[in-house]
Ligand binder design. Structure first.
Ligand SMILES: [Zn+2]
Ligand SMILES: [Zn+2]
Length: 258
């Protein structure tokens, strides 16, 4: 997309946000079930919906997945079986809420039902998590969509979240990662196929000159296997990025060890 078109697209997105704000003003009904709620409600959610969400308070320090001990043993599990033996190129990943049938409705509604106003609520929860975990960063980057998928969906959910975070923290978003191939849905692939699929899937554009020795947060909506953010982190580290924190809204619980 050339810069003129991009600008037009940004203006278009901005106008859509304003329009949506008029239809879905803050704090009147629950953003998930539409039940009327109190005006001062923090997350614009009713109590029932809020209680369905499992906030991740002590996720794995490496991958951010909540470690759930569902064995009969009553000892604490320190080691995350998802991470054990894995090397990541990012320094750590943090996620806000456990992925389940309920929480995924928030992201899926946002991605596939055009409820783009959700990005603001998602970003505000992610903001709190970043503050809580004391993450400092110089730039906000986001996982790009391939241009054909972007055209189909009309927006990139990760970019929308990144823009809200940028506004909240007053830290710039860099649009410097380009997705070359339209990768298949990764969760359907085996580990090795996933690696092959992702090889050379991303390149950096001219904004990359800013990355040397900088601390970065890499934003996406869901952390599943981490393969995509890992591959992006690999190329960011090659460009001299310092600390990379992957910041996502949802991640699946690590119950594989049970
Ligand atoms: Zn509700
Ligand atoms: Zn882990």
């Amino acid at each position: 997309m050339n810069s003129h078109l991009k600008k037009l697209n940004d203006i278009n997105e901005y106008m859509t946000d304003i329009f949506l704000d008029l239809i879905y003003p803050d704090n009147i009904s629950c953003i998930i079930c539409n039940k009327p709620i109190n005006k001062n409600n923090t997350y614009s959610m009713c109590k029932d919906c809020f209680n369905e969400l499992h906030f991740i308070l002590d996720g794995c320090i490496k991958c951010g997945k909540p470690i759930i001990n569902c064995s009969l043993e009553e000892y604490d599990i320190d080691e995350c079986s998802y991470c054990s033996g894995k090397e990541f190129h990012f320094d750590k990943a943090i996620s806000c809420i456990e992925y389940n049938d309920f929480s995924k409705k928030i992201v899926f509604g946002f991605k596939y039902s055009n409820k783009t106003y959700m990005s603001r609520y998602i970003a505000s929860i992610m903001k709190e998590k970043l503050i809580l975990d004391g993450i400092n960063f110089d730039y906000i980057l986001f996982v790009p969509l391939h241009k054909s998928r972007l055209k189909k969906r009309g927006f990139n959910q990760a970019y929308k979240i990144a823009k809200y975070l940028s506004k909240e923290f007053n830290i710039p978003v860099l649009d410097c990662i380009v997705r070359k191939g339209n990768t298949k849905r990764l969760y359907k692939l085996r580990k090795k196929e996933r690696k092959n699929e992702l090889r050379d899937a991303f390149v950096l554009n001219k904004n990359k000159i800013y990355l040397k020795d900088k601390n970065i947060i890499l934003v996406d909506d869901i952390f599943t296997t981490g393969a995509t953010v890992n591959e992006i982190s690999r190329i960011l580290k090659l460009e001299g990025a310092n600390l990379i924190t992957v910041s996502t809204f949802l991640t699946g619980a690590n119950t594989f060890s049970c």
